[in-house]
Write a protein that binds this ligand. Structure first.
Ligand code: HEC
Ligand code: HEC
Ligand code: HEC
Length: 423
């Protein structure tokens, strides 16, 4: 008797929970396919050599090969792992093999680029930067597809992702997408120049600069509407600084930025680490008008605030030790006054990279050394030697603190603890 009452009391609650659950699932499902048109059953139309050539160029701008080529593997055959805080996601085979895009139609390819769904309807992980690629036009998507289909087919089965629960479920992805992803199109702004709009399209869309340069939230989604306000790149310990003009001379900023993206080196600085890879496989291959468009668009972004809070002041003892090490190990290349050698050794005096409040890149470059990318204008870049073995932790901290606080530079002191991280 009492069980029946309990049952009759709980039944409506159960039913409404089930109904609510269903409603949430239906909402999730709807949010994940909204805006999709039915796939046309038509096969692929023949492509022209001009379309293939355009697609090859656009694939450079999107840096597709960098992620879709495993180290030492065939170009575009996939198998490279993209590390994320949730596990490793493997980029697939983009060649026209049966294990790649061989059976795909242009419409299915567009659905992957624009909606982030695979041929079989599977939701894709945003380690594939479709939150940016969604802005790519259908025409450009078709050209890239035509190019990929012109490649030699490499039969290489895709590798399974290595993700931890619950991130390995489609439900988790569906929730993520409902919260953070909405397919959208690029809208040129009528009051901006053609170059500005072209730059915006490349930066926000194919170039997916936000994948590194935009702040991320705990679930790896770009926060602040994709603003390029700077971010530590997940799992890589490189800091992609905020993009935007520094100083009032916008023409100088445009020149410097074009140089950096084309040559990997500018009057003041050079591309390092992850950015050197971007320049090497993508931006150095872009046309001058596109690079100028990118730089012009970036120059119109709000000037990043570069408040370097001098939380830890440099002490005179540390500065003295830093000066000794600098003159012994660094001054030969970077100059006694941190003046560098234009387009060979970066200037350290007045260099924004040196005084950023985030010190990841400084630690990377001084500990690990590095090379700017090899480009047409700078085929044999000069190298920066690694100092992790040569110098002790307190010496590294001192010399970095010294360059952050000499010749008019002003930045917080770097501690021995910071240097030790990652040793
Ligand atoms: C930052 C790395 C990265 C870049 C750059 C990138 N991809 Fe990918 N791509 C991935 C990863 C990782 C996946 C796997 C996602 C998944 O399986 O959920 C993927 C998946 C795909 C898929 C779906 C494959 C399938 O079997 O479902 C297509 C199509 C694709 N990428 C095309 C491109 C194109 C075209 C470009 C350049 C315009 C590009 N990708 C650039 C990382 C990248
Ligand atoms: C894979 C991550 C990644 C991607 C994608 C990426 N960047 Fe970067 N970028 C970095 C990192 C890390 C740095 C800092 C290292 C350095 O200074 O070279 C950087 C530095 C830069 C700098 C120099 C910063 C300065 O203040 O002068 C510019 C300019 C730049 N990126 C532009 C771009 C543009 C434009 C795109 C898109 C076409 C882009 N980046 C895509 C990681 C990335
Ligand atoms: C043999 C010449 C050489 C020596 C010695 C040298 N550097 Fe460098 N340094 C370079 C080169 C070349 C680069 C550019 C590397 C790149 O682009 O990856 C560089 C880059 C840098 C950068 C990054 C600048 C930027 O724009 O982001 C810093 C900081 C730096 N060096 C500091 C030092 C310090 C501190 C020392 C001494 C402990 C030192 N360097 C010794 C050649 C040198």
């Amino acid at each position: 008797m009492s069980t029946t009452t309990t049952q009759s009391r709980f039944l409506p609650i159960l039913l409404s929970c089930a109904a609510l659950g269903m409603a949430i699932l239906m909402l999730l499902a709807w949010l994940n396919v909204r805006g999709e048109e039915p796939l046309s059953p038509a096969g692929n139309s023949a492509s022209t050599p001009a379309q293939i050539e355009r697609g090859a160029y656009l694939a450079r701008a999107g840096n597709c090969a960098a992620c879709h080529t495993a180290r030492g593997g065939e170009v575009y055959a996939g198998g490279k792992g993209i590390p994320t805080p949730f596990g490793t996601v493997y980029a697939g085979n983009l060649t026209p093999a049966s294990t790649g895009l061989g059976e795909w139609t242009a419409a299915e390819f567009w659905r992957a680029m624009h909606h982030g769904r695979s041929k079989d309807g599977r939701l894709l992980y945003p380690a594939f930067p479709y939150p940016s690629f969604t802005l790519v036009t259908r025409d450009d998507s078709d050209a890239i597809f035509a190019y990929l289909r012109s490649l030699p087919a490499v039969e290489q089965p895709p590798r399974l992702h290595e993700l931890s629960f619950p991130y390995n479920t489609q439900l988790a992805l569906a929730v993520w997408r409902a919260l953070y992803f909405k397919p959208s199109s690029f809208e040129p702004q009528a009051k901006q120049s053609t170059a500005h709009n072209r730059g915006a399209y490349l930066v926000q869309g194919l170039g997916h600069c936000a994948a590194c340069h935009a702040t991320r939230n705990a679930l790896g989604a770009s926060a602040n509407n994709g603003a390029m306000d700077g971010s530590v790149v997940a799992m890589q310990n490189w800091y992609a600084p905020p993009l935007g003009p520094y100083g009032d001379d916008k023409a100088a900023y445009v020149r410097t930025t074009v140089d950096l993206l084309k040559n990997g080196i500018s009057q003041h600085s050079s591309a390092k680490g992850l950015m050197a890879e971007v320049v090497s496989s993508s931006t150095q291959h872009l046309r001058d008008d596109d690079l100028k468009a990118i730089a012009e668009y970036l120059s119109a972004l709000p000037q990043p605030s570069l408040a370097t809070i001098a939380a830890n002041e440099a002490t005179p003892e540390v500065m003295k030790l830093g000066a000794t090490i600098y003159s012994k190990h660094c001054a030969d290349c970077h100059g006694k006054q941190g003046q560098g050698v234009p387009s060979i050794y970066p200037v350290l005096a007045g260099n924004r990279n040196v005084t950023l409040s985030n010190t990841s890149n400084l630690l990377q470059i001084v500990k690990g050394g590095g090379f700017a990318p090899s480009t047409a204008a700078n085929p044999r870049p000069y190298g920066m030697p690694p100092f992790a073995q040569t110098l002790k932790d307190d010496e590294l901290a001192a010399v970095i603190t010294y360059v952050r606080n000499s010749w008019g530079n002003r930045g917080s002191a770097v501690s021995v603890v910071e240097v030790r991280v990652g040793r």
